[in-house]
Design a protein around this ligand. Structure first.
Ligand code: CIR
Length: 255
């Protein structure tokens, strides 16, 4: 299978990003750009064709493209991000996905962030977060039912998005922070607990057989390697200051 990874150049305004759970700290923009370039190369090494969208200087969080679209085999859903400051990010993603997928949209007053949507086979688990409203989640269910997908809302606590708390790292295996989400929400899936010293360790990006993973979580990375998982570490320190991580910086489009 080939894959396109849609990314976006880091905004020069990244320092003015939205922050919910982390204190504001100075972002080194040059370092953020070089880390992002390494992340894109890691995607290429994992078999993706990277398509980088142009910088949006007026949208501090626009490097976090994951929140703007949910791409499935049959259809792409253009979201309506929960943060007002991020609504201007979606149109260029819709243009990038034209020709790759049928496009449908979340409409006002619904809100949905792609970071809240975890696809496990034909079920989409959606974090009932401050960013994704009950109306947005219900719209997603109505839009995707004709394609045979089930949408299930999942309660969260202590984190921004569902994929801050849980992601798939192996066939049948979910990496999970049990303090932020209850493993019983995912019946039939085996939970793999993060290292307790690394609360942000549950966000991993699985591309084919590889798992792109933050260098800031070495203890959990070692545990994953011991399970035979092909972990590819990337330093995302500057994105982490903006409450972003490895899944947030791309939209993966299987082709
Ligand atoms: C925000 O608050 O929207 C950004 N500062 C971080 C978004 C991270 N996105 C993601 O986890 N999918």
């Amino acid at each position: 299978m080939t894959r396109i990874a849609i990314t976006r150049a880091v905004s020069r305004a990244l320092q003015r990003c939205e922050l919910t759970h982390r204190p504001r700290r100075p972002v080194d923009l040059a370092l953020a750009c070089s880390q992002h370039a390494t992340y894109e190369q890691t995607l290429r090494d994992a078999g993706c064709e990277v398509r980088q969208l142009p910088e949006q200087p007026d949208h501090p969080d626009s490097v976090f493209v994951e929140d703007t679209a949910v791409v499935l085999d049959e259809v792409a859903v253009i979201t309506r991000p929960g943060a007002q400051s991020r609504r201007g990010e979606v149109e260029s993603m819709a243009v990038a996905l034209e020709g790759l997928r049928e496009i449908v949209r979340i409409d006002p007053p619904g809100t949905l962030d792609g970071g809240d949507v975890l696809q496990l086979d034909r079920t989409l688990y959606v974090g009932a977060s401050a960013r994704s409203s009950a109306e947005g989640i219900a719209q997603l269910g109505r839009l995707l039912a004709p394609f045979g997908y089930r949408v299930v809302a999942v309660p969260l606590q202590g984190c921004l998005h569902l994929k801050s708390a849980v992601t798939q790292v192996a066939p049948g295996g979910l990496l999970l922070n049990p303090g932020w989400v209850d493993a019983r929400c995912f019946p039939g899936w085996e939970p793999i607990a993060i290292d307790a010293a690394e609360p942000h360790a549950a966000n991993a990006l699985r591309v084919g057989g590889a798992v792109i993973y933050p260098a800031s979580c070495p203890r959990t990375a070692d545990a994953l390697r011991k399970l035979g998982i092909d972990v590819r570490s990337v330093d995302m320190s500057e994105m982490e200051k903006a409450e972003g991580a490895v899944t947030c910086c791309s939209v993966i489009v299987p082709t």
